[in-house]
Design a protein around this ligand. Structure first.
Ligand code: IMP
Length: 433
């Protein structure tokens, strides 16, 4: 049974949403398995732009079942808001959306905890999205203070738990800062019981649902949030998110054994971006008139969730070779190629220099990555608008060489090239290696 995964191979914002949207037609279930409302998916469909941060992109296709797996951390007000925005835009949301009873719930004290930690990090802040993601996952692993979606549906149980948890959280927050916000268990309980009624119709044992679907030969598409270099185990730790944002998260995050996967599509941008702190060897810090700023402006590189300007730089083949390998990528979707169209020359990082030595392996520790200097090769730009091109053979020679060179360096075929945000601005390449 065909199960596919769409996964970002850089530091997020690779335009995965567009690929998920394109592939949705070939699948019956679309599953999110990690992260929460820190993600930002922008999908342009028939000239309409949809921005989602918690709901799977698949929800835009009401004939498919969209699943929020147990590995996702859910902020109920965001869930409610996104569902009602979609309904207001005429998208039908009902039985086609299911939420795992075992997903963990984000409360406002998680956001307060994050704010205090980040504010006190003395130059070592992670630059998080402020959505309470990290503290919620901390509580999940810590076990004492976390609340799962199922628990919201049992009022007395929820109240008992919140009384204990909020008292403890208030003390912890006060210890972090005398200015810390304090919370009222009763008020929180009432507020969340209200959300629970909105959530209730969507809540299911999604793991059983997906395993039954597999038995019935249904086709499942897994939609990763964030990029693999932000994966808590395999990314540039500690400047990462708190979940497994690579294919590694599928099994734990929705209960489907990864051996069911038979297509892993690694999504890459034609350049690199990063939001938040952390090392970024190919970052372009060349000022307001420089290429970094040009890419930011042309690619509209501002965070979907936070609006923060994204840091921009050249394509890093060392980093992507590493992430493609640990994700088990079979093929590549190359996004935003059109953004580079105005440049005279385009660089690709093919190795790093670390302590006077040339290395081609990606260092697993941020403090070492921070000391790596990029070694580039240069290719000529194509200096021509490619956003109307639909066939690989029609790309200007220099653009084709750039695509082929990436495929060669990454040792993977490029199966999709995106030349604009709309669905139609896509080249389905005869696989190029
Ligand atoms: P958190 O996920 O909010 O804890 O943030 C941890 C790091 O991941 C920060 O550098 C964020 O900017 C980054 N991050 C989180 N979600 C996304 C995303 O969807 N795209 C890009 N970066 C993200």
């Amino acid at each position: 049974m065909p199960c596919s995964s769409v996964v970002g191979l850089q530091w997020g914002d690779e335009a995965k949403g567009k690929i998920v949207d394109l592939l949705t037609v070939e699948h019956d279930f679309i599953v999110r398995y990690n992260g929460g409302a820190n993600a930002g998916h922008t999908v342009v469909r028939d000239g309409k732009t949809f921005k989602l941060s918690l709901l799977p992109t698949g929800v835009l296709s009401p004939d498919k079942t969209s699943v929020i797996g147990n590995g996702v951390v859910v902020y109920p007000p965001k869930f409610t808001e996104e569902v009602s925005n979609l309904k207001a835009a005429g998208v039908s949301v009902g039985e086609n959306l299911v939420l795992s009873n075992h997903a963990h719930v984000i409360f406002p004290y998680h956001m307060e905890e994050e704010r205090l930690h980040e504010g006190a990090a003395n130059g070592r802040a992670i630059g998080t999205t402020g959505r309470g993601i990290g503290p919620c996952y901390q509580d999940k692993v810590g076990r004492l203070y976390s609340i799962r979606v199922e628990e919201l549906l049992h009022p007395q149980h929820l109240q008992d738990r919140l009384v204990t948890i909020v008292e403890r959280k208030n003390r912890l927050l006060k210890a972090l800062s005398s200015e810390a916000r304090q919370f009222d268990a009763q008020a929180l309980c009432e507020e969340y019981l209200g959300y629970a009624e909105t959530l209730r119709p969507y809540v299911r044992d999604t793991n059983a649902l997906l395993l039954d679907a597999i038995k019935a030969g249904k086709r499942i598409l897994f939609e990763a949030a964030q990029g693999s270099l932000l994966d808590v185990d395999h990314g540039s730790y500690p400047f990462v998110t708190s979940s497994n944002s690579s294919t590694a998260g599928i099994w734990s995050g929705c209960g489907v054994p990864t051996r069911q996967l038979n297509r892993v599509i690694g999504v890459i941008k034609a350049y690199t971006t990063r939001v938040g702190a952390g090392p970024f060897p190919t970052e372009l810090l060349d000022g307001p008139e420089g290429i970094g700023e040009k890419i930011r402006r042309t690619g509209r590189e501002y965070g979907t969730v936070t609006g923060r300007p994204r840091r921009c730089g050249w394509f890093d083949a060392v980093a992507v070779r590493y992430s493609a390998a640990f994700n088990g990528a079979d093929e590549l979707a190359l996004m935003l190629l059109d953004v580079l169209s105005e440049l005279d020359e385009i660089k690709i990082c093919t190795a790093y220099e670390l302590d006077g030595e040339r290395i081609t392996r990606f260092p697993g520790d941020a403090f070492q990555l921070a000391r790596c200097r990029p070694i580039y090769e240069s290719l000529p730009g194509w200096k021509q608008d490619i956003s109307g091109i639909r066939w690989l053979s029609e790309l200007p020679g220099a653009a084709r060489r750039y695509v082929d060179r990436l495929a060669e360096l990454l040792e993977l075929p490029v199966s999709i090239v995106s030349v604009g945000p709309d669905r139609s601005q896509t080249i389905f390449a005869r696989l190029t290696r």
